[in-house]
Design a protein around this ligand. Structure first.
Ligand code: CDP
Length: 256
């Protein structure tokens, strides 16, 4: 497959057309940003860690009946994907309170959210990704009520699968963000699932294993990404769908 013209450059990924119809290439770059692009750096190997983890999750999800855009890895940073018409929603699933919901609502950081809370933001940097509700999503014609229901069902299924998989490696999935797209009428999971889009805490130590290390200068970001990528991608992919994760203890109380 030949890489053709650049279609889109995001904050950490670039998307290219290819000579194969309906197939795009996503390149995971070494760029990292936080706070709406207010903090920016380029960190060697970062792209390959996120690409590897995303590919691992996408194949695991596919094996368990979730349709994703992932086709194959072309090299350490580049992934061939199915071309989708992206839906501009950021679908966030939260198992424990952290980040913006602690800043914006009276949740205590680290408190469990049972059942998990889905928050959907409008993907629009110029508006700072404002939070939506179902009525707004439908009124803005971003998704039909049927699509929205489907998206939430898929998001919760992905959550169950990933909570179980990560628990086996001693990692708590605190929250994560998904993006979906359509091909004809079918909804596929797109974008990425990586240390940039998840919040992960070590079950034993409560230590952050994700982009919070970068956001809040908690240590050596790339050493963390390297370690966590190795930990995640060695998780046995045979874990069966819907299997209950070991009951997770409340993570240690954390300070910002
Ligand atoms: O704490 P922060 O302001 O980054 O955002 P949040 O709403 O608490 O984010 C919840 C989860 O979604 C975190 O794991 C973020 O890394 C992820 N997220 C993302 O990947 N991209 C965004 N634009 C917003 C959130």
């Amino acid at each position: 497959m030949k890489q053709k013209k650049l279609l889109y450059t995001g904050k950490a990924k670039s998307v290219y057309r290819t000579d194969a119809k309906g197939t795009l290439i996503v390149e995971f770059r070494d760029d990292i940003t936080a706070f709406d692009g207010g903090k920016k750096d380029t960190l060697k190997n970062k792209g390959s860690y996120n690409a590897g983890v995303s590919a691992f999750f996408f194949s695991y999800l596919e094996k368990n009946g979730v349709k994703t855009h992932f086709l194959e890895m072309l090299d350490e940073n580049r992934m061939a994907v199915r071309e989708l018409s992206m839906i501009p929603l950021e679908v966030i699933v939260r198992n424990f309170a952290a980040g913006s919901i602690v800043r914006n609502y009276p949740f205590v950081e680290g408190s469990p959210l049972k059942p998990p809370v889905i928050v959907i933001d409008y993907k629009d940097d110029s508006r700072h990704d404002p939070m939506l509700n179902d009525e707004l999503i439908v009124a803005l014609k971003l998704a039909t009520p049927t699509e929205l229901k489907k998206i939430k069902t898929i998001a919760l299924k992905i959550n169950t699968l990933l909570v179980g998989l990560l628990a086996k490696e001693g990692i708590t999935l605190v929250d994560f963000k998904l993006e979906f797209g359509r091909q004809n009428k079918t909804i596929y999971l797109g974008d990425e699932i990586s240390m940039d889009s998840m919040r992960l805490w070590d079950k034993k130590t409560g230590e952050s294993l994700d982009k919070d290390v970068y956001r809040f200068n908690k240590g050596d970001v790339m050493a963390t990404y390297n370690r966590v990528a190795a930990r995640i991608t060695r998780a046995p992919k045979t874990a069966s769908a819907g299997k209950k994760a070991k009951s997770s203890k409340k993570p240690e109380k954390r300070t910002r």
